[in-house]
Design a binder for this molecule. Structure first.
Ligand SMILES: *[C@@H]1O[C@H](CO)[C@@H](O)[C@H](O)[C@H]1NC(C)=O
Ligand SMILES: *[C@@H]1O[C@H](CO)[C@@H](O)[C@H](O)[C@H]1NC(C)=O
Ligand SMILES: *[C@@H]1O[C@H](CO)[C@@H](O)[C@H](O)[C@H]1NC(C)=O
Length: 190
């Protein structure tokens, strides 16, 4: 951690020197540098979230690519969707929206419905407004058990976050492909 922070400090210092800035704003190399110095003395926090993710075909989630074998594959291998899916407090789509899940998933299993998931959770409510968490993981969409995906980073209040996203398919319509996934998230950040 210490070493990584130092490398990041060195990197942002180099960037700051290469690009002098008129004033410091969030995300500016100078501001990032000051923040990195500060967190070396800071304690890590743990934040928990619970919300529902709604993947709605042709509305908020759309097919963008497929492989030559996708149509013949029993597991739709290669099918890839781009999404901007709503995240809500409750399982109903009409409950309060707390953010969006923007990213993509691709069917990456030749023998099972396993997804490669790459997404940013872009929060829009309260103190987390405009902060993001990034998930990169594997999700077996046909399983009804809880599945775990790593949180690999974040921005805003979630800078340098890591953590665990536990997802469980809450409901799924096999005809339309629409799904609601319940998420429990634990994020470690500063
Ligand atoms: C979130 O931030 C955006 C952009 O700054 C702002 O327009 C919006 O009102 C904020 N939402 C909440 C719930 O604070
Ligand atoms: C599942 O999706 C199909 C096709 O869009 C729709 O006709 C059907 O009503 C849906 N089933 C449920 C339980 O929502
Ligand atoms: C989504 O749109 C595509 C292209 O128009 C269509 O083939 C597909 O059946 C649609 N899927 C749903 C679930 O409506």
């Amino acid at each position: 951690m210490e070493k990584t922070a130092l490398v990041l400090v060195a990197f942002s210092l180099a960037v700051a020197m290469a690009m002098p800035l008129v004033h410091s704003t969030i995300g500016d190399p100078k501001e990032v540098d000051e923040w990195l110095h500060k967190i070396r003395l800071a304690k890590q926090k743990m934040t928990r979230f619970h919300f529902y993710y709604h993947d709605i075909q042709n509305v908020s989630s759309m097919k963008v690519a497929q492989a030559s074998i996708t149509d013949k594959s029993p597991t739709l291998f290669g099918l890839t969707n781009m999404m901007d899916d709503p995240l809500t407090e409750g399982p109903e789509l009409t409950s309060k929206q707390v953010g969006r899940a923007q990213g993509l998933y691709g069917l990456s299993g030749l023998n099972e419905f396993s997804l490669l998931v790459v997404m940013n959770l872009a929060f829009t409510s309260g103190e987390y407004n405009r902060s993001t968490l990034t998930i990169l993981g594997r999700y077996e969409s046909a399983q009804l058990t809880i599945q775990e995906m790593p949180i690999v980073g974040g921005s805003g209040v979630f800078r340098l976050a890591h953590g665990i996203a536990s997802g469980r398919t809450y409901s799924r319509n096999a005809t339309s492909g629409n799904a609601v996934v319940e998420f429990n998230i634990v994020a470690i950040h500063y």
